[in-house]
Each structure stands twice: as structure tokens, then as C-alpha cells.
Design a protein around this ligand. Structure first.
Ligand SMILES: C[S@@+](CC[C@H](N)C(=O)[O-])C[C@H]1O[C@@H](n2cnc3c(N)ncnc32)[C@H](O)[C@@H]1O
Length: 233
């Protein structure tokens, strides 16, 4: 499988995640030095899913974040287009559905909130997915995205780009049977837009009140937005 193909073909992306699914959560925690847990907790806090709410966790992978969001009593659905990732998370006991972020199998205005953690940069068409998510979230509902981002402070940004991602690629090589997949993941981190650019993309895809919060010097950022209330006819 070539990385160039992965960039364009959703089937290749899904197949790649199928291939790394078994060891994914462990490798992820290892490569982020355990920081992933803090980022998920911070995302859960921003999402603030309440009892009685319906929450869509998109690109949920094994549902590792979904189970965290469900702890507060909300009904949280894990959706992902990799059967391998979903199957690896069966033990978590959260409802799961195979779905493509660009063609969601849900009615308009079905969810109180939608969230994506470390998945949006893999979407083939980011703006189309953000628009599709806006369709299935009710007016006044929330969007919360946790994703790798760009450290604001120059020297940290330099270290992050030059050394840490290379180290991650190396760790991926050592811990995974599919090093090309981890190379692709590291590359997708380097080419992903910064905080402001993503905020603008969200705002131009049917969302309002877009804000972001930097975590770990901006290596990761949480973006939050609201679907505008429907105007009276
Ligand atoms: C890096 S993993 C993140 C998984 C999980 N959210 C987490 O925080 O660990 C990215 C996930 O996005 C999924 N994904 C990528 N493109 C997708 C799409 N168009 N529709 C649904 N899932 C997608 C992949 O299958 C993969 O499970």
C-alpha cells in the first residue's frame, strides 16, 4: 500500500486502520507518552455530555473516547468506517456503527453533539464531512474536535516537527506490523492545518461560535463550535 494512495482513497484508509487495529490503542498511548489520556479527559470536559443527550463520536476507532464520554450518563454512539477498529473495541460495551463521515446514515438533527478525536485529519474531504456532521446535529447542538495541531512557540514547534514526529515514526516501526501506516499517520500530522485555519474551515461549513483550546503547547488543540439555531420562517 502506498502512502500516496492512502491520501486519496477512503478504502485504503479504512484498510490501513483495519490492519493496525489490534495494537492501535497501546501503540497510541506509547507514542504519545501517555498524554492521549489527558487529551481525552480534556475533550470530555469540553464536550460536557449530559444524561439524556445523544452524542455521536465519529471516527471513534475502538471507542476509547466514546466510553469516556458515556461515563456521565449520555447515550454515546461510536461510528467509524473501519470494521477492524470497531471490532477491536467490542469489549468497551458502547453502541457502535460502521459509517463514513462523508455519508452519515442518520436523519437530520438527530444528535445533541458530535465529536471527533484524532480522526478528522484522515477524512478525504474535511469540509464535506463538517457539513455532513452539521446536518445530523440539531440546531443549537455542539461540535467538539480534538486533533493534533501546531505549537504556537517557535522553538517548540521546531522540536515537535523535526524530532518528535520522526521518533513517532520510529516507534511505529518498532511496535507495529505495518510501519507504512504509522509513516502515513505521522505525515498526516505534519500537513494538517493549524488552529486558525481549521477554525475557519469549521466556520465555513455550517457552524458558528468557533473557539479552540491549546493542549500541550498546541501540539494538540480542541475546537468547539455550535450549530446555529434555525431562523423562524
Ligand atoms: C487515528 S484513529 C482515531 C481513533 C479514535 N477516535 C481515537 O481517538 O483514538 C482515526 C480513525 O478515523 C477513522 N476514519 C477515517 N476516515 C473516516 C471516515 N471518512 N469515516 C469514518 N471513520 C473514518 C479511521 O477508521 C480510524 O479509526
Amino acid at each position: 500500500m502506498s502512502r500516496a494512495n492512502l491520501d486519496k482513497d477512503p478504502h485504503e484508509v479504512a484498510a490501513m486502520f483495519d490492519g493496525v487495529a489490534a495494537g492501535y490503542d497501546r501503540a497510541n498511548s506509547f507514542m504519545t507518552f501517555g498524554f492521549d489520556r489527558r487529551w481525552r479527559t480534556a475533550t470530555a470536559r469540553v464536550l460536557d455530555a449530559r444524561p439524556g443527550e445523544k452524542v455521536l463520536d465519529l471516527a471513534a476507532g475502538t471507542g476509547v473516547s466514546t466510553s469516556e464520554y458515556a461515563r456521565g450518563g449520555a447515550w454515546c454512539l461510536a461510528a467509524d468506517f473501519s470494521f477492524g477498529m470497531l471490532t477491536s473495541g467490542k469489549h468497551r460495551g458502547v453502541p457502535m456503527v460502521a459509517a463514513d463521515a462523508l455519508h452519515l446514515p442518520f436523519a437530520d438533527n438527530s444528535f445533541d453533539a458530535a465529536t471527533i478525536s484524532f480522526g478528522i485529519r484522515n477524512f478525504v474531504d474535511t469540509k464535506a464531512a463538517l457539513t455532513e456532521i452539521a446536518r445530523v446535529v440539531r440546531p443549537g447542538g455542539r461540535l467538539v474536535i480534538c486533533e493534533v495541531s501546531t505549537p504556537a512557540f517557535g522553538p517548540i514547534r521546531f522540536l515537535y516537527r523535526k524530532f518528535i514526529l520522526r521518533a513517532m515514526t520510529l516507534v511505529g516501526r518498532l511496535t507495529s506490523s505495518n510501519p507504512a501506516a504509522y509513516g502515513y499517520l505521522a505525515e498526516s500530522m505534519l500537513t494538517w492545518p493549524d488552529q486558525r485555519t481549521l477554525a475557519e474551515m469549521i466556520a465555513s461549513s455550517g457552524w458558528s461560535d468557533v473557539e479552540w483550546l491549546n493542549l500541550t503547547f498546541g501540539a494538540v488543540a480542541i475546537h468547539r463550535a455550535t450549530k446555529p439555531a434555525e431562523k423562524a420562517p
